[in-house]
Design a protein around this ligand. Structure first.
Ligand SMILES: [Zn+2]
Length: 72
């Protein structure tokens, strides 16, 4: 289960979306990780939660981890 709330996920997806557009996706979660670490969150459970939602890399986070879908 994702260890962050709706507002945090929205902020994460916004951040990652901007960087995927400007820098592209290198098939890792580096942008998501940089957001989590910048917010003092433990990365491992965040990565596991994103993967559960189908977010295995930054562009998949943008496609699959929309907070509207995740939190209803
Ligand atoms: Zn990708």
């Amino acid at each position: 289960m994702l260890p962050i709330g709706r507002e945090q996920l929205a902020a994460l997806v916004d951040f990652v979306d901007g960087l995927v557009l400007s820098e592209g996706c290198d098939h890792t979660l580096r942008h998501a990780r940089s957001w989590a670490e910048g917010h003092d969150l433990d990365w491992t459970p965040v990565a596991a939660g994103l993967a559960e939602l189908g977010g295995y890399c930054d562009c998949e986070v943008v496609m699959n981890c929309d907070p509207e879908d995740v939190f209803g």
